[in-house]
Design a protein around this ligand. Sequence first.
Ligand SMILES: [Zn+2]
Length: 132
Amino acid sequence: MNYAFPMEESDGKQQRALSADTGSILALERVDVRLEVEGQAVHISLEQDSESRFRCPKCDREYGYYDYAPGRTWRHLNICQFQTLVHARVPRVNCEEHGVVQVQVPWAEPHGRFTILMERFVIDVLLACQTA
Ligand SMILES: [Zn+2]
């Protein structure tokens, strides 16, 4: 199992995270990585390209960027024993039917606090630890 970010597994859940069919891939303009040695953490900050087009997560119509939702943080897999946190301000679109809505990010479920890779890792560990 490859837990690199981004991953290229063909598993259904992981593939969805990478699939352009969802229309949810964010074109990243900038990625900053900051190492916090004392706190043993790696901070990955993502920013999207404001020229990108995004899809309403409810009706899949495509729109230009409207604004940003407040900044969020997702817990990702550790890197070299350092806790890894992904930070981003997710773009929102102004859908003619659904109003201002946040686009779906490819690395996490809606309202999720962990990346999909982190969730997948936890599930794999739980399955490996199952007793009959
Ligand atoms: Zn919509």
